[in-house]
Design a protein around this ligand. Sequence first.
Ligand code: FIX
Ligand code: ZN
Length: 426
Amino acid sequence: MHTTPAGYRALVRRLVSRTPVTDVHTHLFDPALGPLLLWGIDELLTYHYLAAELFRARPDLGYADVRAMPKTALADLVWKELFRLRSPVSEACRGVTTVLSALGLDPDEKDLSRYRAFFSRLNARDYVDRVFDLAGVRRAYMTNDPLDPQEAPAWERGFRRDPRFPGVLRLDSAIMNWPAGVRALRGKGYRVERALSRGTLSEIRRYFNEWCDRLDARYMAVSLPPDFRYPDPDSSLTRLIQGAALPVALERGIPAAMMIGVRKLANPEMGLAGDSVGRAPIETVEALARDFGGIKFLVTMLSRENAHELCVAARKFKNIVVFGCWWFLNNPSLIREITAMRLELLGLTFVPQHSDARVLDQLIYKWAHSRAILADVLASKYGDLAAAGRRVTGPEIKRDLEILLGGGLIEGWRNSPGGPVHSGTE
Ligand code: FIX
Ligand code: ZN
């Protein structure tokens, strides 16, 4: 009978492994979007997490030299430096090892030739089925940017959707560093000016609405720097969020996702790998939740300290849904700490993890690793409950896991039109 943490651990691990996951934030794409969906050994090894670790191992390498390398040459170098000359103990390295083993490959080949031969025999659509099955993923929300010239044409032509890839409208390219987005928005036919007039805010709302329709967007998302403030009448970003993004989220009844604490290009030489972290004032999150009570805010924060403060904010505001252990927090030691903290402060009312996968195969490791930790932490909580005289049964655990992993906290919630809405328009 599982009445101790150890007793529960085997049961919970088994049930977690069988619970299909809704992955609420990835950079994966519907296979119909062709080359945008990255997969295979060379993409795995040139993931920006591993690029950053390559420079740690080989500080003599020039940033520009590495940027100029062909993808296969870079993958060969990463494999040699991080997997052959050193044990692949980092989370990103261990992840590749987990993927290779899950695919039935020897994860300790001396070079990439056998892996490349294996992947050369696969096609994207079949491989999506195989990875989703191995990872136990039911749906993987995309990150869609209509202002990305590589992505927009397929959406404008239209294509048959794979329901496993729900759309998400990403706002960064339109509203960050205003007026940087003006040219791209005008190029899409939106009559926006540099000044954030009523007319420009109205056109940006039209852009959001038209593309939420086209994407069937389940939510809108933006990543925000640690110095983002609300209220802040002097900030274009704040005015764009307040006057365009949030009114559209409210009228459409979809959540607004805020991913807070990223300092873009702290080292510009490293591109995607050059972003860093900063602690943000939790007061900003609380003020938005308070002033836009009819909107559900999906929030994840990048700094470890903010992870605790966000749990407290979520206790104060029912329209905050905390999700994932984002990016630099997506490491076993921190996932364990943050998940325990969330269960203790929020019960089952949070989304424990998202993969942030950029390469399809990563779903396998990101979910295998996170499932194991979630199971252990939950088992210890069920053991604590048993010690308090309350045994939790298998069916109850299955129910709890569906709540945590099934996506219900994101989907199926219509913003209640109630609550004060400061539209923010002039
Ligand atoms: O803003 C985001 O969606 C971040 O997750 C990415 O920009 C980041 O590069 C990433 O993939 C982290 O895991
Ligand atoms: Zn992301």
